[in-house]
Design a protein around this ligand. Structure first.
Ligand SMILES: [Ca+2]
Ligand SMILES: [Ca+2]
Ligand SMILES: [Ca+2]
Ligand SMILES: [Ca+2]
Length: 132
């Protein structure tokens, strides 16, 4: 799915259960886009101040990691909305291979920021909210 020059909302949320390897590839294009990913999706915000949104719940803990490319610390933002069935709202960042950054809630990795160094992430780049 491709956004274009404007500010787009691009969602890769699976409305029906897809087979394995049915990962969406979302491209924001230019502009300040919002990209919503789940289960192994590959997200590309491209130019502009983009928001990446993930909904995290315990039932999806076995899903494949969402892969976020070209996350620009200080410009783009990752918003993680944690469901009430997750006991921890602690988000941990750990360095992965090849200069990537793994984002975990509790003990479960939900997303990987490819090519983003932990040291470059600033306060406010990653925002966690919890469902009531
Ligand atoms: Ca766009
Ligand atoms: Ca998807
Ligand atoms: Ca964009
Ligand atoms: Ca961007």
């Amino acid at each position: 799915m491709f956004g274009d020059a404007g500010n787009d909302l691009v969602s890769g949320i699976d409305l029906i259960a897809l087979g394995p390897n049915e990962f969406d590839r979302l491209f924001g294009g230019q502009g300040d886009d919002t990209l919503i990913g789940d289960d192994g999706d590959h997200l590309f915000g491209n130019a502009g101040a983009d928001d990446y949104v993930l909904f995290v719940n315990a039932a999806d803990a076995s899903d494949d990691w969402v892969r976020i490319y070209d996350f620009a610390p200080g410009t783009d933002q990752l918003r993680i909305e944690v469901a009430a069935d997750i006991t921890s709202t602690d988000v941990t960042l750990t360095a992965g291979p090849n200069g990537s950054l793994r984002v975990a809630v509790g003990n479960t990795i939900f997303a990987v920021l490819e090519g983003t160094l932990a040291a470059s992430v600033q306060q406010g780049d990653i925002v966690v909210t919890r469902a009531a």
